[in-house]
Structure formats: C-alpha cells, structure tokens
Design a binder for this molecule. Sequence first.
Ligand SMILES: [Zn+2]
Length: 314
Amino acid sequence: MRFNPRARLDTSRTSDLGGGGGLGGGGMRLPGGRAGGGIGSILLIVVVLAVGQCTGVGPSVNDVLGGSTGGLALDSQRLADPANTDRYAQCRTGEDANSSSDCARVAVENSLTEFWESQFDSGFQPAQRVVTFTGGVSTGGCGNASADVGPFYCPVDQTIYLDTTFFQNVLQQQLGGPAGPFVEPYVLAHEYGHHIQNLLGAMNQVRTQQGPKSDAVRLELQADCYAGMWARAAETVPNDDGEVLIEDLTEQDIREAIDAATAVGDDYIQHQTGGRVNPESWTHGSSEQRVRWFQTGYQSGSVQACDTWATDDL
Ligand SMILES: [Zn+2]
C-alpha cells in the first residue's frame, strides 16, 4: 500500500489518549489484563472482542467491558473532546503516511470517511473519532476497556477504539496472525463497517449473541463485507481536495487482509487456544466465513451483496 504523497491529511477525527487514556487525572487505573493473568484471559477476551465492535449489542459484552452503562444517558459526552497527545500532530500529507504508521492510520480514516460518504445520498455522519490508547480506556458510553481488548466500535459515542499494541502482542504473537501494512487498515475498515451498521440500523437487529447463524455473527460478517467494499474502492477515494489518498493497493495487501480475517475467525481462535471448535459459541464467524464475506464485498462493491441478514448461506 502506498499513499499519494501530495494528498493532504485531516487529523480532526483521530485522537490519541496515551497510556491509561481518558481514565481520569486521579490515577484511576483499570485492573489491567496482565493482573488478571496470562494468555488464557487475554484470549478469552479476544474471543469475544477480536476485531470486533462488540459493545452495545448485548449485556454479556457490556459486562466484559466492565459496565452496563449503555444508552443515551451518556450521550452528552459524545462530542466531548478527549485529552489528546500530539501523536498525530505531524501527519500532514500522504508522504507522512508513507513513512509513519500513525499517519497511515489518519490517511486510512480519511479514506474510509470519504468512501462511505460517497455511498450515502444524504444523512451520512462520519464516525466521530478513531481513538488510540495503551493500557486502558474509558469510552463515552461503552464502559472501560483494558489493553488486552481488541479493537472495537462504541455505538454510543460512535468512536473506534484501538490499542495499537494489539497487532503485535495479540494478533501476531498470540494468534499467529500476519504482520504488514494492510492488516490494520482491514481492522479499521471492519470497525468502520460497524459504524455504517449503526447508521443503517443493523445493530438494532441483533437478538441472538452466539452460534454460527446468530445475529452477532451476521453483524460481524457484514462488517467484513463492508471492509471489502472499501478495499475495492480504496485506490479511487479522493480527499476533500480531490487528491486520491491511496495510490497503490497490491495483491499482497489484499492477501494480508485475508490472512488477518483468517486469524480472527472463531474456529481458528478456538483451535489456537487449545479449545475444542464449537460453532455454538461463535460470535464473529469462522475463518472461512470471514474471508468469504470480505471477498464478497471486495468483488461486488455492493451494500446489497453484503446483506448477511437475508441469507442462511453464511
Ligand atoms: Zn466486529
């Protein structure tokens, strides 16, 4: 993947909270996953949250995030500006994105926002923010999350949360997933897909939380399909100035997305963690399903083709 060095970047929706982000100045710290202990608990959480928005779709998930405080009562926090480090202050152009993974994150967010805006006739609202953190985070309506939680989307504050150590510490080291420049963009695109589902009302359709044909799995596979839609169009998406943001997306990049989707399949995670493969506990879909729905979006470029709710052939 290569960004257009001339394209200007918009950092207005990308924030970094640093360590223990947003958890208050009083030194309140989450009980870290490390204290809870070891690979088992880390992976247990990943089973639930791997590359997933998983908040707001069920009480069990809210429990995992340490609270059951969903809902509109916290809506007033939505636009509150979080404390922000200067992590993204130097990200001005695609040239910066070519030399910095932080700036690449900004460029991908810009591309996702512009792509999805182009897909809506009207009424599009970008995801409010992409927020990075390490150590733990307090969301604007989805409770607290520790560092070991995978990336997720919080529908209440319409924000994507990302502990950037996830890719090396969990995806690569624990799950044997791929490294490479297009792994994180796939994950961001998946999470942005959850934002689109939030706008379109699909999140409200989730009734069943587990099982190979559960609503939760349908939601996750649709987000993978939406990620594929963006990947298909990524080389053509312009920024506000009309400059294309991503100049070059290679077959290797797509391969990385597919390998990442494989590594976060429920059956693969169950196998990797030494457990029995049990479809009845799936929440995100198997590796094969996740890859296939990503490819469905990539090949079709069609929201209609991504309707995982209309088929039993998941
Ligand atoms: Zn997800």
